[in-house]
Structure formats: C-alpha cells, structure tokens
Design a protein around this ligand. Structure first.
Ligand SMILES: *Cc1c(COP(=O)(O)O)cnc(C)c1O
Length: 648
C-alpha cells in the first residue's frame, strides 16, 4: 500500500498553518468523545471545563485556572478537583434510575451507595453525604477504617450503609450499635464463617442484624476484572454455601434477618451483555431466596459500571458500549422480567457504582520539563569527497526521498547504516565515515517524520515506522504516584495539552515521568479505532511553560499510588464556580521532602543534625568556611521543606 499522497489534494509541501483550528484539535484528541460534555476546546485554543453555579454554566479555561494557581505560588503538578462534575454524575445516575423505574413501571425504589475505596478523600465523602441527600444516596464500606469514616458523615436514616469485606468483632459491634442509633446498616456475608460471629454479637448487643449475602456468580464479567466473578472469584458465597447459610438461619430462627442479595461482577465492565447476564443470574438467586422464606426486599447489584476513557463507545477494556441511562434501563428491565416470571415482588435496588461517579472529578496537570528528540539532524551533514559505497548509498536515499517512498526509504537507510556499521567493525570504514553515515541516517529520519506529520492519516504500514520516530517529552509528574493503573494494568486515560490548540501539533511524543524508571512512561494513548503509540504535541517554546493534562483520574488513582523515587502526593486544588467565576477551594499542599522521608522512617531533625556534623567536620578540616557551612545548611533545610517534584 502506498500512502494516498494526493488524496487530500496535498503535495509534499506543508499545508498552510491557517488550515489548523481548535476544532481540529478537539477532534484529534477526541475531547467530545470522552469528555461527556464536561470538557471542550474554546476559540482561544484552551481546554475548557463546564462548571455550573446554580443556574449559570460557564466554560472555564483550564489554562487560566493553572496560570492563576501559578500566580498564587502553587507549583505543578497539581490535581484539580471539580465538585460540580461529581454532583452532575450523582444526579445523572439517580435520575437515570428514576426514569428507568418510571418507564418500566417498576415497583421498587433505587438507592445508590458510593463505595468509599474508589476515592476515599474527605471531600468526596462530604459531597456524597450532603449533595446526595436528596436521593438518600448512601455509602459502601469494605473495611473498618472505611466504616469509621462513613459513620462520621452519613447520618441520613433513609440512606443505606453497606458493610462488605471481612469483618471482625469490632467491625460487627460498631455496625450493630450504630444500627440501634437509627442508621440503615446492612451486614453482607462474604464468607459463611462470618455468620456465627454476627449472630453471637447481635444477641449480646440486643439488636437484630440486617443481613445480606454476597453471591459468587457463575457468569463471568468481562474486561480486566472478569475473574472478580465466576467460579474462580475469591469473593462471595457459592450456591451451595448460600443454601447452607439459609439452613443455619432457619435453625437459629433468624431467617427473618436475611434482607438483601449482593453481587459484584468486577470493575469497568465494558460490555452491557455481560452486565445483563450477571444481573439475570443474580435475580434468579434472589427469587429463590424469597421462595426459601427469607423476607429479602433489596437487591444490591454492586459496581462495575464502566467509564468510556477512550471515547470509542465499544466493549474495549478502556471503554464501554453503553451509557448510564442504558445501564439503568437494562438493569431495571432485567430485574422486573425475571421477578414477574417467578411471581416475586420487585426488590428495591442498590448499586455501588464508584468509578462511574468519580472518574471525571479529577484532572492532573503538569508542565513539560524537557524534550529529547529523535530528530537530531535538521541540517544536511557534509558530503565527503571519497566515501565507502554504503555511505554513498545512504546519501542517495536522501536525494530521492518523497511522500511516495517513505517506507522504502526508511528500510533502505536502516539497511545501509547497518552495513556501514558492519564495515566499521571489520576495519573497512573509519570512525569518521561511520559517524557521517549515522548523521545522514538521522537526517533522513528527520525528513521522513516531518513528511509523516503532514499526512492527515498515517497509512497502516507507516505506523510502525512512525512509532520509532518519537520525541520523549519529560513531564513533571510520577506515573507511580498519580496514574498507577496506567502502569499496573495498562489502562488508558485521555491525555492532551491544555493550551495552544489553535496550533498544529507537529511532534510525535511519548511521555516520560521524572522517576528515571524505564516503566515511568506513557506510550499507549487513546485512539478512535486502536491504541495509539504516540501523542501529538507542540514544540516547546523558550520561556513559555507547556502544560499537559491527564483526564478522568478521579477513580482509584489517588490512593493506589506509591512513593516510587520518593515522589509524594501532588498539590491539590478544588475549583468551582461562584457568581460565574471560578474560585479555588480545598487547597491541599502536596508532600514535602521531609514528609516522604518520614514515611520511610527518617527523622528530618536527625537528618539535619547528621548533615550539620558532616559540614562542621569539613569546616574543621578547612574544606569550607563557616559562612559556606551556613549556606549549605540553609539549602539542605530548604530542600527538606520543598515540594518533591521539580520546582521552577
Ligand atoms: C470496588 C467495588 C465496587 C466499585 O466498583 P466500580 O467498578 O468502581 O463501580 C463496588 N462494590 C464492591 C464490592 C467493590 O469491591
């Protein structure tokens, strides 16, 4: 296949610069596909976020937000949190269930709960308990610390608090006593062995527990977490174990406490068919538990609602082939159909959507520190008078290079360069000749990559070639701290510059972080049809910062991150709209160097004292003056109190 050089009416000459526009950038980076109407591109070429202040909506430029922070002395990287987007998602989920229930004439209610583990930050829990009140939106706790946080914030007697996870006596006692105080707490059995302890504690405390059981579905999910359900799942009870629990409850006279069935198919399930299938199996179990004599009344469908990170709207792992509304309709229809067939009353529905609620809420913004370019040779190298044939061949390729023979020229250049290296190895070419050959090789690659940059579509067979011609953009962030799922499970996130979108991006970039770890890079990017190996970025301009943002990082990324290379938490700022203007709130300073060192057991005071003794020794040995000692110590102290990231 040859590149369609003339298909767009273009020759190898560059198109006029004015052919580029912010709209083209929006299309290139797919903002409208993944942005869910929350993000866009304005006429100035900035990424915007749509914020709402009661009845006014404004498109706020992220570039202006970041510049405003810099003026105030907040260093990048910074995590921006937009509570309006969180509110919007809570509303969308609850209203979609409300509408589906009305449309299907479903005879039960919906009460969502937010699973704390997805983003445990206090602001999220506060927003859920305050903003979510009108929907009696509750919380899901998977551990003792999460329950303790939930109990301090969630006091709505109509909202559920779901207790999942393994439970010790302390956890159970806390749940049972707060139930006495009027909260709707459900204790979910994850293991058969928990039942004995729960019944024993409930007798002691004098309150009947609200019990749920978690079923291990035989239907697998799909996507990365498909093993979370299915026979191999480590969570939940098998059909046989559930029957055992029912029998034990009957024998003990406690069957009346069994009120809920819970299942969780795994996170980020991209395929709606898998969701429907899992739900069907669970409702079948639910109906039979009613027939066994349990009062039931609640079906908790867990999490799993996916986020369309790449905007492709497919069943690809980083996408999903359904909207919130379709998800809700499918669930409500499935439950009602299976129940109607069995003649069982419709249960109230709980869902534990986490990712779908918080993913949009946070955006990580960082500056680019440096670029190392593969395109090292813009100017044509010298032509020697006398040269080995391999070198002459390389120089000839340069003469005939055009958009019509990009692939062929690349292959030939590579071949003759390697021949020349072999010649050098056996003493048949000099170091000077080899050096010249490599300079010509890079010059040719530079020209090829420029020609590729001007193609609107890169032909399939040139994609591999173009992925070798990338520029490394060094971003002031740590993948391990801020984007663990990119590293751990190859999840894709939308990444793009937040300004200069009125300019054509001419560089084909891979993003490296500042951990110096060869895994600390992003070289897989969202793409409409595939996974892209490069991200188009702009030239760095001297004396002008270049800002790149990673979007949809509100779910799971913040607390799964680690202290690789001792790079700590980033600065965090909440932004919302007041009187039509963005205001900054909830500013949290990131870790200082002293903070991260103390996490790994260093004592900053002792560090200073050790370093001071060392400096004093240098003074007594006459290496530095007392004045220098003071300066060096000041610098050391400043370093300890500073940000762990690159400060400019
Ligand atoms: C993690 C988890 C969730 C949240 O899943 P999402 O895919 O983020 O919605 C819900 N319920 C349980 C039991 C979980 O473990």
């Amino acid at each position: 296949m040859t590149p369609p050089a003339t298909a767009t009416g273009k020759s190898s000459k560059r198109p006029a610069e004015k052919a580029w526009s912010p709209d083209k950038s929006a299309d290139l980076y797919g903002v409208d596909s993944w942005g869910h109407g929350f993000f866009g591109v304005n006429k100035a070429g900035h990424v915007t976020v749509n914020l709402t202040d009661e009845d006014t909506t404004a498109e706020v430029s992220l570039h202006e937000v970041v510049e405003g922070l810099r003026d105030r002395g907040t260093h990048l990287p910074v995590l921006l949190r937009f509570r309006d987007l969180l509110h919007s998602r809570i509303t969308e989920l609850n209203e979609s269930f409300r509408k589906a229930i009305k449309d299907v004439k479903y005879r039960g209610e919906y009460r969502g709960v937010y699973p704390i583990k997805v983003n445990q930050q206090r602001q999220v829990i506060e927003e859920i308990s305050e903003f979510g009140k009108k929907y009696h939106y509750g919380l899901e706790a998977g551990s003792k610390p999460e329950l303790i946080a939930a109990l301090a914030h969630m006091h709505d007697p109509e909202a559920y608090i779901i207790c999942n996870g393994y439970k010790d006596e302390e956890f159970i006692d806390l749940a049972l006593t707060t139930q006495k105080m009027g909260l709707k707490i459900m204790l979910v059995l994850e293991m058969p062995s928990e039942l004995g302890l729960i019944l024993e504690r409930s007798r002691k405390i004098g309150v009947l527990p609200n019990l749920g059981v978690r079923i291990r579905l035989s239907t697998k999910g799909s996507g990365h977490w498909q093993e979370s359900a299915g026979d191999k799942s480590v969570f939940g009870l098998s059909a046989n174990q559930i029957i055992d629990v029912v029998d034990q409850l009957k024998d003990a006279g406690y069957l009346g406490c069994l009120k809920m069935l819970h299942y969780h198919q795994g996170s980020q399930i991209p395929n709606i068919a898998a969701i429907r299938e899992g739900c069907t199996e669970a409702v079948r179990v639910y109906c039979d538990l009613v027939k066994e004599g349990a009062p039931m009344g609640v079906l908790d469908i867990g999490g799993g609602m996916a986020v369309d990170y790449d905007g492709s709207h497919t069943n690809f792992a980083s996408s999903c082939n359904y909207s919130i509304a379709e998800y809700c309709t499918d669930i409500v229809e499935t439950v009602s159909q299976v129940c109607d067939k069995a003649g069982i009353a419709h249960p109230n529905l709980i869902s534990e959507s986490g990712r779908a609620i918080v993913a949009y809420y946070s955006v990580l913004v960082f500056n680019i520190l440096d670029v190392t370019s593969a395109q090292t040779s813009e100017a044509a190298p010298a032509i020697p008078e006398k040269a080995p044939q391999n070198l002459i061949n390389i120089i000839d390729i340069n003469k005939t290079l055009s958009t019509k023979n990009l692939q062929e020229s690349y292959n030939d250049a590579l071949y003759y360069r390697d021949q020349l290296r072999a010649q050098f190895f056996y003493g048949a070419a000099t170091l000077r000749e080899r050096g010249l050959g490599e300079a010509w090789f890079w010059h040719i690659l530079t020209r090829i990559s420029k020609l590729i940059a001007d193609l609107d579509e890169i032909p399939e067979d040139l994609r591999e070639l173009s992925s070798t011609l990338v520029d490394y953009y060094y971003g002031n962030f740590s993948l391990f701290q801020s984007l663990p799922d990119s590293w751990a499970i190859d999840q894709l996130f939308p990444v793009m510059p937040i300004h200069r979108l009125d300019e054509r991006p001419r560089h084909r970039a891979v993003l490296a972080d500042i951990t110096c770890d060869c895994d600390g890079k992003i070289d897989r990017f969202i793409d409409k049809e595939d996974v892209a190996k490069i991200l188009p970025l702009h030239d760095l301009k001297p004396d002008e910062p270049y800002y790149v943002a990673i979007f949809l990082v509100g779910a799971y990324q913040e607390t799964l991150g680690d202290l690789h290379n001792l790079l700590g938490d980033t600065n965090v700022v909440g932004v919302h709209l007041e009187n039509g203007k963005p205001v900054y709130t909830h500013e949290v300073e990131g870790d200082t160097v002293a903070d991260v060192l103390s996490y790994v057991e260093y004592d900053p005071k002792e560090l200073i004292s050790r370093f001071r003794n060392f400096a004093e020794k240098a003074v007594s040995e006459g290496r530095i003056s007392p004045k220098e000692r003071r300066e060096i110590l000041d610098r050391y102290r400043e370093g300890l109190n500073g940000y762990t990231y690159f400060e400019s």
